[in-house]
Design a protein around this ligand. Structure first.
Ligand SMILES: Nc1ncnc2c1ncn2[C@@H]1O[C@H](COP(=O)(O)OP(=O)(O)OP(=O)(O)O)[C@@H](O)[C@H]1O
Length: 298
């Protein structure tokens, strides 16, 4: 089962700070969404409201059509995972897992045990005595094994080292395929985890600056690679308006220039005829470009 999320003209203020600014968003169920944004762009604030941890200043959130705040039937179906464990420091890992089993209607104990082994988590250790990475690993274990119809990872795996993070991405993808649900992942590690996202949502200062299928977003940029002169000649022929150079890398007589802006069939044909290679642009480059453009237009 997967839950949809609708956000309508949502605003959250902390005193004078507008953390979420009239945000509207539709996330149909059954996909993995990437929620991206620079520090302080409002990701945690939005996710906290969706998960019913906070109330909005104005606007509405509906999870599968229902307001989640103080709605136990809905909140039971939502798992909000952060990089700290929602448990007492004095509780041992085994106790935390036991509690999750009683609270989570779709809890899979066998899968939880598998994850405990994979992340090498010590069952008898107190939460307060776990390393930062182990705390994150316990959090993602709780998030995955809960199999909640709406599962939210808010930078939950930041404390984990690279092998553990890749283990998490692999588990997330495999378990999502076996047990489809709605997953929202907020992250700064765009390149690492970006391939998991079916849709990407980008926030800037609490506002929506992009919401697109990942492939559509990727297709908005192109990397042009070839001999330096050929690349320069080709780029000089493109209409300047609508194409922004995001960056370039040179290696001897070749270079790769990434641009924001789509090429039409004619332009693609000319590039190929000139012996140029056209490749995808990284999500990270597009993210940097879009957030910088939003900054400049404010
Ligand atoms: N409890 C709070 N009290 C006051 N201001 C807050 C509080 N929580 C967040 N803010 C402010 O709200 C804005 C959005 O913060 P939020 O944590 O939602 O952003 P974020 O995108 O999750 O950031 P990060 O990527 O750094 O975790 C920021 O300006 C932040 O300083």
């Amino acid at each position: 089962m997967s839950l949809s999320v609708e956000v309508d003209h949502l605003t959250l203020r902390y005193g004078d700070t507008v953390a979420v600014d009239d945000l509207s968003l539709r996330l149909p169920g059954g996909k993995i969404y990437g929620l991206l944004g620079r520090n302080g762009s409002g990701k945690t604030s939005v996710l906290s409201i969706v998960s019913a941890f906070r109330r909005a200043t104005s606007g509405a959130v509906r999870v599968e059509g229902a307001e989640p705040f103080e709605n136990a039937a809905i909140t039971r179906q939502i798992c909000f995972v952060r990089d700290r464990v929602d448990a007492q420091d004095s509780d041992c890992v085994r106790k935390v897992l036991r509690l999750a089993r009683t609270l989570r209607p779709n809890w899979d104990e066998d899968y939880a045990r598998e994850l405990i082994d994979r992340f090498d988590l010590p069952l008898k250790k107190r939460v307060g005595a776990l390393s930062r990475g182990a705390k994150s690993a316990l959090s993602v274990t709780l998030g995955l094994a809960a199999r909640a119809p709406l599962t939210i990872f808010d930078e939950a795996y930041l404390g984990m080292d690279a092998p553990s993070r890749y283990a998490f991405y692999e588990e997330l993808l495999n378990d999502y395929i076996a047990h489809p649900r709605t997953v929202i992942v907020s992250t700064h590690l765009i390149e690492e985890v970006g391939s998991l996202f079916e849709e990407v949502v980008i926030l800037d200062h609490g506002r929506l600056i992009a919401h697109e299928e990942t492939e559509t977003l990727r297709s908005r940029g192109v990397a042009v690679t070839g001999l330096v002169d050929q690349v320069d000649t080709f780029l000089s022929q493109l209409s300047v308006a609508g194409h922004t150079v995001l960056g370039e890398q040179r290696l001897g007589r070749t270079k790769s220039t990434t641009i924001y802006g789509q090429l039409d069939d004619d332009q693609r044909g000319k590039a190929r005829a000139a012996g140029l290679d056209l490749g995808p642009v990284s999500l990270q480059d597009l993210f940097v470009h879009l957030t910088a453009a939003a900054e400049a237009s404010r």
